[in-house]
Design a protein around this ligand. Sequence first.
Ligand SMILES: Cc1cc2nc3c(=O)[nH]c(=O)nc-3n(C[C@H](O)[C@H](O)[C@H](O)COP(=O)(O)OP(=O)(O)OC[C@H]3O[C@@H](n4cnc5c(N)ncnc54)[C@H](O)[C@@H]3O)c2cc1C
Length: 196
Amino acid sequence: MGEDTEVCVIGAGPAGLALTLMLLRSGARVTLVERATGFDREFRGEILQPGGQAVLASLGVLDAVRTRGACRLDRFQLVDGDRTLLDIDYRRLPEPHDHLLAVPQRHLLVELLAACREHEGFEYLDGHRVSELLRDGDRYTGAVVTGQGKRAITAKVVVGADGRYSKTRALAGIDAGRHDAFDQDVLWFKLFAPGR
Ligand SMILES: Cc1cc2nc3c(=O)[nH]c(=O)nc-3n(C[C@H](O)[C@H](O)[C@H](O)COP(=O)(O)OP(=O)(O)OC[C@H]3O[C@@H](n4cnc5c(N)ncnc54)[C@H](O)[C@@H]3O)c2cc1C
């Protein structure tokens, strides 16, 4: 019996959506499972590095992402007290990706999803989270996802793109070898400009 889909990707963050689009463009059928129903996700990185911009340009979504609203940044400095730890001038890179792009992650996710929806072999299950993996001997053959109901999705390949605390990875018994002991913390917040 044939599978429901060729690839079942768990997690529609930047990685899951970009991979899904690449697979669809190469002709594969993909079911993408995402626990959230909107685009305001837990992690909302907002700076696109030149390498990331190049990948998105090759996927044909960068211009649409820019059009939704983005800000070009030429330099990046990291300062610790009176020491400058990093001082990068992106203008030294070859055009067109010779800058950073500050862009809300939501813009990126919206455009990647819209591009995925243009492909026939695409199925998007938002509001669903993975709860079990299907197994046949030593091979994973799909995933059970829970949303309004429970659904078993059979697939040739299951991809865990569900973030750093991946449930898929845990269900598959894969140790990520993470060490969460850092000697510095980063505080991340947004400041709104007055009068806007
Ligand atoms: C505070 C902060 C600031 C950052 N700033 C930047 C930045 O400026 N630039 C940059 O490039 N990176 C930045 N990052 C890193 C960036 O956010 C991550 O590298 C990126 O989000 C990783 O993408 P991902 O798709 O692998 O995972 P995620 O973005 O974590 O996406 C995982 C997806 O899987 C879904 N999911 C989770 N569990 C399940 C489940 N059980 N079933 C179904 N779906 C599930 C989640 O809802 C989510 O949509 C920042 C991270 C943080 C925390």
